[in-house]
Design a protein around this ligand. Structure first.
Ligand code: ZN
Length: 119
């Protein structure tokens, strides 16, 4: 399961942030994930809660915000938000010229922790 390894790396980052700030009890973690990562929020939450059982992160709230996929048309350069369900995400019709392939991903790849709340 893809979300398991994502949760694992998030926990790793959170732990080092907590160490750096000398806090021991995690309350909330806010994660931003681009649509291209195809993370299922419920699966990530479950993975996070499973992996944090018995740790200082146990019971913390995980908030996930999905960043929309923004593409730049490979033909005319127009930027647009794509709602494509195509797993490759690049096959999406440009609203300006109708071009469908070879777009560049402007936004939607990111995966990072926006903030953590801990004390
Ligand atoms: Zn175009």
């Amino acid at each position: 399961m893809h979300e398991m390894s994502v949760a694992q790396s998030l926990i790793h980052i959170i732990q080092s942030e907590m160490d750096k700030n000398a806090v021991t009890s995690l309350q909330t973690v806010k994660v931003k994930a681009g649509r291209i990562n195809a993370i299922v929020p419920e699966a990530l939450e479950t993975a996070f809660h499973t992996l944090t059982q018995g740790t200082t992160m146990q019971g913390a709230r995980l908030e996930l915000e999905t960043v929309p996929l923004e593409l730049e048309c490979g033909s005319c350069g127009t930027r647009f938000i794509s709602a494509t369900e195509d797993p490759l995400f690049l096959h999406s019709e440009c609203p300006q010229c109708g071009w469908e392939l070879g777009h560049r991903v402007v936004k939607g790849r990111e995966l990072f922790i926006e903030y953590i709340e801990a004390d």
